[in-house]
Ligand binder design. Sequence first.
Ligand code: URA
Length: 238
Amino acid sequence: MRLDKLLANMGYGSRKEVKQLLKKGAVQVNSEPVKDAALHVDPVKDEVTILGEQVVYKEFIYLMLNKPQGVISATEDDRDRTVIDLLIGEHRHFEPFPVGRLDKDTEGLLLITNDGKLAHELLSPKKEVPKTYYAHINGRVDETDIEKFAAGLTLDDGYFTKPGQLRVLQSGETSEIELTITEGKFHQVKRMFEAVGKRVVYLKRLSMGPLELDSALHLGEYRELTEEEVAMLRNEKG
Ligand code: URA
């Protein structure tokens, strides 16, 4: 890979800005100063530094966001702020996108990456990756609902869902529940509750496959996945 491309890809500026850095003698390859932008480097084997700081090459980025309400799961939008607007430039530079969607008023775990292959496989209906949600429901959720969810429900458009595992944490005028489903139809959790005559008033995603929302992340905060988490996700997609 050309040296200027490597540095631009890693967020050190445009190709033109990177050329200026090279001209100034700020860049070394294997401890030798280099000014040639076209020099071919191996991003894994060669040691590239800028002003003494090592350039760590990576192609993909994997971020876990605790999505707040009010932002939409898209890369751009004319009206609303998107989840990508919550990222700092260093991460936006990788041109990541959200893996699937959470509604504007849904909070919680959202994976953001530029690894299209992993995203595609995590979203593939065939893989049936489980997703767990925590919700507040307007109405008393009881044993009958647990059975109905387990049997599968017919949604407003006639679609018959796969079984959902419903756990009632608290049953009352407003109930607290956790629900695990293995598909991701539009507004699925809300529509499953509508199918039993109840309404979701608060929704938060807790996990996606083996990936669990980090409780240290406040709403709107995010962090890179650990190598272990990325490896778990790769295994999940099987
Ligand atoms: N189901 C919903 O209804 N909304 C979400 O955001 C996610 C799942």
